[in-house]
Design a protein around this ligand. Structure first.
Ligand SMILES: Nc1nc2c(ncn2[C@@H]2O[C@H](COP(=O)(O)OP(=O)(O)OP(=O)(O)O)[C@@H](O)[C@H]2O)c(=O)[nH]1
Length: 317
């Protein structure tokens, strides 16, 4: 950063600067006459950015990476200012300010800023307008970020292939569902589902056809549940249906329905040629008093094992 002179000796005029918009008072220009001008070569950072000063860009352009960080860069163009908030609350300016091209800035020391605010209503009004604009812009950015965060959160809870909830979702949601069931004293059932001889299906028809079969099975499960139930891909070719407020007998009916529909579901690969149907084995368990989510999963797993042992394509309890 190189000091190049003073504002009074420069060709710049206050009417071109946002903070002095609509102010045609020679006293304001006079108050700025001995304020320094500095040159910031392209790529260089404003080193004394930690000091509470007001900078007005006269030529060039700046990138300001604000407190929101993470690539949230604001571009400052000639006539615009940075640092006004630091001057007002006398706090360090933590923004990283870098010249995007060779730039020239007017530096106004905090005492001078206050002098201008106290002495000229127009400056105070313009400053309020600038701050209001910044608050609005920051709020809009935060809202966008919040929406994006929610979008990625949803994405991180879904299985990319089948669109069902994934294991991360299960780890987060199942303990809550168990706690709620305990508090309400209502039943909670879980159906563990495993596609039969899926290795053979993959080996015979290829992995892509296997993916299509997984999607078809997921579609059967999703379509066969109530809106209050949850369909999860537990891992590989294992899926799960979580049935809140559902006693064992009703859960068995649901599992039976899914088993029949899976047996009948058409599976297509990319060539749109129908492939052999896949079947599934189902293990049903209902939350017992004192049981936690782990115990519930283990009980459903054990029931699934019994269905496999009994010949597959059926329900185990
Ligand atoms: N196409 C495809 N296959 C998968 C995916 N995830 C797991 N698999 C396959 O699923 C198969 C599971 O095989 P096993 O665990 O031996 O079970 P199985 O052949 O279904 O046998 P049983 O469960 O005893 O009926 C393996 O071949 C895995 O490669 C996937 O995302 N896509």
């Amino acid at each position: 950063m190189i000091v190049t002179g003073t504002f009074g000796a420069s060709p710049y005029r206050i009417r071109d600067l946002q903070l002095f918009r609509d102010i045609d008072d020679p006293a304001v220009a006079q108050a700025l006459a001995d304020s320094r001008l500095v040159r910031l070569p392209r790529g260089e950072a404003l080193e004394d950015g930690l000091r509470a000063r007001l900078y007005i860009l006269l030529a060039g352009s700046l990138a300001v990476e604000g407190a929101l960080g993470e690539g949230n860069v604001e571009r400052i163009l000639p006539g615009e200012s940075v640092g006004e908030q630091s001057v007002l609350d006398d706090a360090a300016n933590l923004d990283a300010i870098v010249a995007l091209e060779d730039s020239e800035l007017l530096v106004i020391e905090p005492d001078r800023v206050w002098q201008l605010i106290d002495g000229h209503n127009g400056v105070a009004r313009n400053l309020l307008r600038l701050l209001s604009f910044r608050i609005r812009a920051t709020n809009a950015r935060l809202r966008r970020r919040q929406k994006l965060g929610e979008f990625y959160r949803q994405l991180s809870f879904n299985d990319g292939l089948t669109g069902l909830y994934n294991r991360a979702w299960l780890n987060d949601a199942l303990p809550k569902l168990v706690t709620r069931a305990r508090q309400d004293g209502g039943p909670l059932s879980l159906v563990m589902i495993d596609l039969d001889h899926f290795k053979r299906f993959n080996d015979t028809h290829g992995h892509i056809a296997g993916d299509a079969a997984l999607c078809a099975a997921a579609g059967v499960i999703r379509a066969g549940l109530r809106p209050t139930d949850f369909a999860v891909r537990y891992g590989g070719e294992e899926m799960m249906a979580i049935l809140p407020a559902t006693p064992q007998a009703q859960a068995l009916t649901v599992a039976e329905r899914l088993c029949v529909r899976m047996r009948e579901a058409a599976v297509f690969d990319d060539m749109r040629l129908p492939l052999p149907h896949v079947t599934g084995s189902f293990g049903v368990a209902t939350l017992l008093p004192g049981q936690d989510e782990r115990g519930l999963i283990e009980a459903a797993d054990a029931a699934l094992y019994r269905a496999k042992e009994a010949g597959r394509d059926r329900i185990g309890t």
